[in-house]
Design a protein around this ligand. Sequence first.
Ligand SMILES: Cc1cc2nc3c(=O)[nH]c(=O)nc-3n(C[C@H](O)[C@H](O)[C@H](O)COP(=O)(O)O)c2cc1C
Length: 135
Amino acid sequence: MFRLLYISRAAPTISDEQVQDILQCSRRNNPNTGITGILVHGGGLFMQVLEGPEQEVLRKYVKILDDPRHSAAEILYISPANNRIFQKWSMGGIESDSLQFQYISKLHARRLEVVDANTFTETMREFAQRLREAK
Ligand SMILES: Cc1cc2nc3c(=O)[nH]c(=O)nc-3n(C[C@H](O)[C@H](O)[C@H](O)COP(=O)(O)O)c2cc1C
């Protein structure tokens, strides 16, 4: 098991419909490769967690990098993992309001110091909780 978190700049012209297309496509594809995760969109950014078998996660990330609907992807966290945080979501979607967005910027701001495992896990558990509440 492997977990990767990246942040990227959404294309300036991206529409809600395009974000929904990305989520639908992800939910169609990811179960075939054992990938689960979350996609957060807001404030002109995407943040995505991909978790699953190492080769599948890396392959998917490389494919996603080529997508013109975003750019300037930066990996914030990458690590082997014993279990999934988002096991119930082939790709959970969160449209981030300003409150949620502060979690993303917190991770981004710590980029240079490397996001430590505790901050990462804490933040991701909050996202998982939000997904559960949204159901
Ligand atoms: C921010 C972002 C996140 C994405 N996440 C996924 C994903 O989790 N799984 C996936 O299959 N495609 C994802 N995509 C879409 C891929 O880049 C690509 O369009 C898609 O995998 C192509 O699927 P197809 O080969 O079935 O046409 C994402 C795209 C963007 C811009």
